[in-house]
Design a binder for this molecule. Structure first.
Ligand SMILES: [Zn+2]
Ligand SMILES: [Zn+2]
Length: 655
């Protein structure tokens, strides 16, 4: 702790303390070893010049209504109120989740003390709407539920040790699939009041922890549509507090799996209450082409009405999380040597791995392609359904919102820290296997806002002044305008200049006549993390034939490298030492800033531009497990990666 306060660098990007590890039950059998030695692994201190402070005249900026601060959070966290999290052993509820996110020490389900060294600024507890909190009610012996003999029997089994508990879970899942579960669970008269009570008590807890100016606790949930195993999930986030959200219940995919019905429910909410709400799709990478399909849920071609409504309710997409990264794929972007990040295993099939993926599905799975498809659909219909800003989040099912490679807490309780987790099977298909080492310790949502309140953060999400990272707290600014130069980018008041002369990430470029637009990028390393390798601008556009194209420009980089003959920037190299494991910030740069003008600009073409800034190589979480636990890591596991931040795009539309 003292080290952090004095500004020295810890190896971890968002380390949390693991101080002890208690007894574990069978459901978390992988955790068998005290985790005390996990506590703090020090890295070589960064070079003296690391992470220079950049001062922005905050008061003046704030007075103009410009976003002065970046706030960090997780918009996608599950607790014991999610049926699957509970079934996998999670026993921490919303209150524990909020305490952890705010920086308090909590004891994980497997008995490990866990604490974020750097608290988050906001949290969305996004438990599945489907059966929200009911499994926990069953476990806690809700008297109404106990009146049914089967439910009473399951309650007893849940308390009769791990084996019986697992058996009860299996019976529930099978019964659900076969439609043989007790009728009482489908009885609206019985379940309605129970659900309302669960939803409203959550609201009270969330309200209690929401502290305007200090910490934002959003009301939200997950709409878990998964037709045929294809992931169409959305996280729903309210701008409003429980005094308004208590008047409704979450919209569940058991009512409809068609996202258009979710949008209708959101619209009704706003009409009825005067509140505001948005939805964020996630794991497009597991949709087998369905998330960004060219057709709607019924199979009809997307029209202007659909496109307009989709853009209205879904301004953002979750680009990175534990179940993989959804930015891009090598099949779609063969010239992008960084396209495969977080794809391994996840690109084998849909969420349930019930259907394997074919190459023709990939374009509907990845965000860069969706942005391109959006331009094409806009050219055809007049409206862009995929005008998407981006955020990252965890989708953790442990109640612990952390995306740290050095202290990865796992996708769910079964893969909380321990020696055997990296080789556990996540999903199985006769022809494919997803293995736990493929989980990413990812990601976080970064929001540029004027203050830390529900209203300010929500409004920033609506205007897409947000970005996503795979965990590191890289500070990223991106503006587009007509006359940015290098001096603007390097200036202390680069943000003020950005707002004065252009639009921030998420915005629309004004026309510069026939001149090419220029962009200001300013990226700073995570002060507790790794140096930056490079800053890239990814451009997508529609050409004269209406076809979509992409190009990736390296616009700023470290270590005085020169572009090769093909115009490619050579690799930054690696300082990773897997025996510790660690890396040193002796390569890369703590800060990269530049102004860039599009050399291939055509004022007649629709285009989007977004920033991808990439860290120098660092160890992945299985590399830490290998040393800490002497864990058997599968031979094909990736042990090193280059984490990154993705900005929301800036769009250009010919006038
Ligand atoms: Zn989901
Ligand atoms: Zn989720």
């Amino acid at each position: 702790m003292a080290k952090l306060e004095s500004g020295l660098l810890l190896v971890s990007a968002a380390a949390f303390v693991l101080a002890a590890c208690g007894d574990t039950d069978d459901q978390s059998a992988s955790v068998t070893e005290p985790a005390a030695d996990v506590a703090m692994v020090e890295a070589t201190p960064a070079p003296e010049a690391a992470a220079p402070a950049v001062t922005v005249p905050a008061a003046a900026e704030q007075a103009r209504g410009h976003a002065t601060e970046v706030f960090w959070g997780d918009t996608h966290l599950h607790t014991a109120d999610s049926a699957d999290a509970f079934a996998l052993g999670d026993r921490l509820g919303p209150e524990d989740a909020l305490r952890f996110a705010r920086g308090e020490k909590v004891t994980s389900t497997t008995g490990t003390d866990a604490q974020l060294l750097r608290p988050l600024d906001f949290l969305v507890i996004a438990d599945h709407a489907e059966g929200l909190g009911v499994t926990r009610e069953l476990y806690e012996g809700n008297p109404v539920l106990m009146s049914d003999p089967t439910l009473a029997r399951w309650n007893k089994m849940m308390h009769a040790g791990p084996e019986q508990s697992a058996k009860a879970t299996l019976e529930i899942i099978r019964g659900h699939a076969m439609g043989t579960n007790p009728k009482i669970l489908q009885d609206r008269k019985v379940m309605g009041p129970i659900m309302r009570n669960i939803w409203q008590s959550r609201g009270s807890v969330i309200e209690q922890y929401n502290e305007p100016g200090e910490f934002t606790a959003f009301v939200g949930y997950e709409y878990t549509s998964v037709p045929g195993g294809n992931n169409l999930h959305r996280v729903v986030i309210y701008r409003d507090g429980p005094e308004i959200t208590n008047n409704i219940l979450p919209f569940s995919s058991t009512i409809s799996e068609d996202p258009e019905d979710l949008w209708a429910a959101l619209e009704k909410y706003e009409e009825k209450t005067g509140g505001q709400v948005l939805a964020i799709p996630h794991n497009s990478n597991l949709s087998n082409g369905q998330m960004f399909a060219l057709v709607d849920f019924e199979g009809n071609a997307i029209d202007a009405d659909y496109a307009t409504r989709r853009a209205r309710w879904e301004p953002l997409v979750e680009i990175s999380q534990i179940k993989g990264d959804s930015e891009s794929h090598p099949f779609l972007s063969p010239n992008d040597e960084f396209a495969s990040y977080g794809d391994t295993g996840w690109d084998l099939g849909n969420l349930t791995l019930s259907t394997l993926k074919t190459n023709d599905m990939l374009a509907g799975d990845y965000v860069r392609e969706a942005l391109k498809r959006g331009l094409k659909i806009e050219a055809e219909t007049g409206a862009n359904p995929f005008k998407l800003g981006v955020i990252g989040s965890t989708d953790s099912h442990t109640s612990l919102a952390t995306a740290d490679s050095n202290q990865f807490f796992g996708k769910n309780v079964r893969v909380e820290p321990g020696p055997k987790r990296a080789s556990r099977v996540d999903r199985r298909n006769p022809d494919a296997l997803r293995v736990a080492w493929q989980y990413l310790a990812s990601g976080y949502a970064a929001v540029w806002a004027t203050e830390n309140t529900r209203e300010a953060l929500f409004d920033a999400m609506m205007r897409k002044e947000v970005y996503g990272t795979t965990g590191p707290r890289i500070k990223l600014r991106f503006f587009g305008g007509c006359d940015f130069d290098a001096e603007d980018a390097l200036a202390d008041d680069h943000a003020a200049r950005g707002y004065a002369k252009g639009v921030p990430m998420g915005g629309d470029l004004a026309s510069c006549g026939d001149d090419a637009p220029s962009f200001l990028v300013h990226a700073m390393m995570d002060p507790d993390g790794a140096n930056l390798d490079r800053v890239q601008i990814v451009k997508g556009w529609t050409d004269a034939d209406g076809a979509t194209q992409e190009h990736i420009y390296d616009v700023a980089w470290s270590d005085n490298r020169a572009l090769d003959e093909a115009g490619k920037l050579p690799s930054v190299g690696s300082t990773v030492d897997l025996t510790v494991p660690t890396w040193t910030n002796t390569i890369g740069a703590p800060q990269l800033a530049t102004a860039w003008t599009d050399p291939d600009f055509d004022p007649a073409q629709k285009a989007f531009y977004y920033v991808r800034t990439i860290e120098i190589p660092t160890p992945r979480w299985p590399a830490y497990d290998a040393v800490r636990y002497g864990a058997d890591i599968p031979a094909d596991a990736d042990l090193v990666n280059q984490e990154r931040a993705y900005s929301s795009p800036i769009w250009f539309t010919p006038s």
